[in-house]
Write a protein that binds this ligand. Sequence first.
Ligand code: ATP
Length: 243
Amino acid sequence: MIPPSHPRYRSLMKREHLAHCAKNGIVSLEGLTAHGRGEAFDYLIGERTMDSALLAERTSAALLLSARQPVISVNGNTAALAAPQIAALQKACGAKVEVNLFHWTPSRVLAIEDLLRNAGSQVFSGTYEQLLPLPHDRAWCRRDGMYSADVVLVPLEDGDRCGALAEMGKTVIAIDLNPLSRTARTANLTIVDELTRALPQITRACTELTQSERDHLITSLDNHYLLTEAIREMTMRLSHALD
Ligand code: ATP
């Protein structure tokens, strides 16, 4: 039992939950180590949403709302940490929710789809084909889902898949606490924030933005600026860490 008064309560509860989800097959063991990398970066940014991330989250809402066929791609960690927040975002922006896994097995896909449905998402499922320009399992996706999407939100994606989607001409929005990762640098828009903080901010922006605000956010999108700002905010915090 972790007492709620513990200063790291939220973080410890997340770890315990992810460990449980690893035991029942939702989260891969590799997913646990990816979470650890994310936690380290979250420590560096002070476990809060930075100004640059908020701008990225609002821009992300604008892109999702303006898309012809937006898709939210969900992996094991995302489903385990944020299934209700995915459902809320789907309601706000009308995107398809599709399971896409790095460590792909049919039974894992079905288990994650069930988890998402139970949390309120309408999950886009059906036949998988090897359609992405990548070797082996990572090429799997659905023709009427991610393959046909114009805008794809990929929380916690790996660099290769992110690059493949961008090469296919899609607008790729990544959520990644590491502003230096290949994913962060390959995506068209990178949100350097923790998943469970980022998703509600995008959802809120979906309900708030006017058409002219959306247009302005999209035309002024500059991912290099957003990443540079994220690193600057991180560095500022680090340089005063022991004050
Ligand atoms: P890349 O292939 O993009 O260079 P990587 O090898 O780190 O990066 P993964 O191992 O797939 O890619 O790691 C996933 C990324 O997700 C990590 O960079 C980590 O910082 C990030 N991450 C993990 N958990 C969270 C979370 N809860 N919220 C936001 N980002 C997270």
